[in-house]
Design a protein around this ligand. Structure first.
Ligand code: PFF
Length: 449
């Protein structure tokens, strides 16, 4: 049997996991959700959930992977045959996310192309984004370029090389974000936005904020997708799981926080607070306006969209790698067959998601466009289901002690073990059930928040 390769250093593990965690979730999804759901209130709830639920579930998944040295399907089966289905369920989540993730990756590439070719002022005009996504051919072409690009990397099996490049690009992305943040904050009127983003307001606190924050947390940290189990399976026993989780969470939240600090005050300055509710288009509509008003806006914008593009592409690649390696493990396929099947189904589903804002915009499922529905099913339904089963599995089948033992391997100290056991047994399962029921009822129109 082939020896399972492993990360050589703890920082290598943290950076690889962070490079996969940082993506469109942080740069595109977090700011628009924060803008829609009360700014400071959303931020506060997000951080609280991150150090409690996020921490607990990440520790559980990484430990399951390291304990079994297997990916999700094999890992659950090895620990308890009856729970093999949990591995399959968690494999479906990245399968649904991948196609629409690649569509948005395509939008980012389009914006990069627009900036580099001097169309940056046009991109800042009202209506540019909507006109673009409601076309038929162009968004499809950008999507297919991203999908095919990721396909080539995954086919060649060089994803680790790509992740290494992420380690150089991540710091560059951070520096660029800080530059844009400083520029945005120096604009008159931005203080209003900073206040909205940083100061929690009880008026904006609602159950809906919780729903949005927990969905975002899972998405951003790649929880309940089987991915952390695979990462854990490559982690050495010498390295400390608890502090790795803290570092990954810190880095991921920092990038999301900066993205919000860049975009939300900019919305106030350039579009007024009415634009806060604009949703997924926020990054594409507001940022070009910020760049247009900077003297060096075209260059900063070009480099910025290039960085976002790489962050998104590394995530598309790691999502695809997760899907392909699951196909290989579960159906004993050749890598090339698995890649071709993945490209084929993603081409169809992603194509539909892309057309869902154009010729198929009349097609809605529970009132959602196709892409939004795919986001809803994966984030608001399947992820809570997987999380509930993971909690039940750890709390009552293998018992929290099994995870604690793994975290404490080779003399490591697990400082948060009491918190971990308490949350996984008494809080997380009930909370997740509540989340699941309310998001389904909301979608069916049975419940209005
Ligand atoms: N966590 C990524 C983001 O926030 O964009 C999304 C993601 C990437 C999920 C890679 C899963 C994955 F394997």
């Amino acid at each position: 049997m082939k020896e399972r390769s492993s990360f050589n250093s703890k920082i290598g593990f943290v950076l690889a996991a962070a490079a996969s965690a940082v993506g469109l979730g942080n740069l595109w999804r977090f700011p628009y959700l924060a803008a829609q759901h009360g700014g400071g209130s959303f931020l506060l709830i997000y951080i609280i959930l991150s150090v409690t639920f996020g921490f607990t579930l990440m520790v559980a998944e990484i430990s399951i992977g390291r304990k079994t040295k297997l990916s999700a399907i094999g890992a659950y089966k090895k620990l308890n045959k009856k729970f093999a289905f949990e591995g399959v369920l968690s494999m479906i989540v990245p399968m649904i996310i991948l196609p629409y993730y690649a569509v948005i990756n395509g939008w980012v590439l389009k914006y990069f192309a627009a900036f580099i070719s001097g169309e940056d002022k046009a991109a800042a005009a009202d209506g540019y984004f909507n006109a673009f996504i409601s076309e038929t051919g162009e968004p499809l072409v950008w999507f297919l370029i991203c999908l095919a690009g990721a396909g080539v990397v995954v086919f060649l099996g060089v994803t680790h090389g790509i992740e290494k490049s992420g380690k150089i690009l991540m710091p560059v992305l951070l520096v660029l974000m800080v530059i844009v943040v400083v520029f945005v904050l120096s604009r008159p009127g931005s203080l209003e936005g900073v206040k909205y983003y940083l100061v929690p307001n009880v008026k904006n606190l609602s159950f809906k904020t919780f729903l949005a924050a927990i969905g975002q947390l899972f998405y951003s940290l790649s929880i309940s997708m089987g991915i952390l189990i695979s990462y854990g399976s490559y982690m050495s026993k010498k390295h400390h799981i608890e502090s790795s989780v803290h570092q990954i969470e810190f880095f991921d939240t920092l990038v999301a926080f900066l993205a919000g600090l860049m975009i939300i005050p900019a919305v106030f300055t350039f579009s007024g607070d009415a634009a806060l509710s604009s949703g997924p288009s926020l990054m594409f509509v507001t940022l070009p306006k910020v760049f247009a008003s900077m003297a060096t806006g075209r260059i900063v914008g070009t480099v910025f969209f290039l960085m976002v593009f790489f962050a998104a592409l590394t995530s598309t690649i790691s999502l695809m790698e997760a899907v392909v390696s699951n196909f290989i493990d579960a159906f004993h396929m050749k890598r090339s067959t698995a890649v071709l099947i993945t490209l084929a189904y993603c081409g169809v589903l992603g194509g539909l998601a892309s057309l869902g804002y154009g010729p198929l915009s009349g097609v809605t499922i529970f009132g959602m466009h196709i892409l939004d529905f795919m986001d809803f099913i994966s984030n608001s339904v399947l992820m809570p289901v997987v999380a509930i089963i993971t909690c039940i599995f750890v709390a009552f089948v293998i018992k929290p002690g099994a995870i604690i033992e793994e975290v404490e391997a080779e003399g490591s100290v697990f400082r948060g073990k009491k918190v971990f056991s308490f949350i996984i047994k008494f809080v997380a399962p009930w909370f997740m059930i509540l989340i699941l029921i309310s998001s389904i009822m909301q979608a069916l129109g049975l419940f209005k928040l």
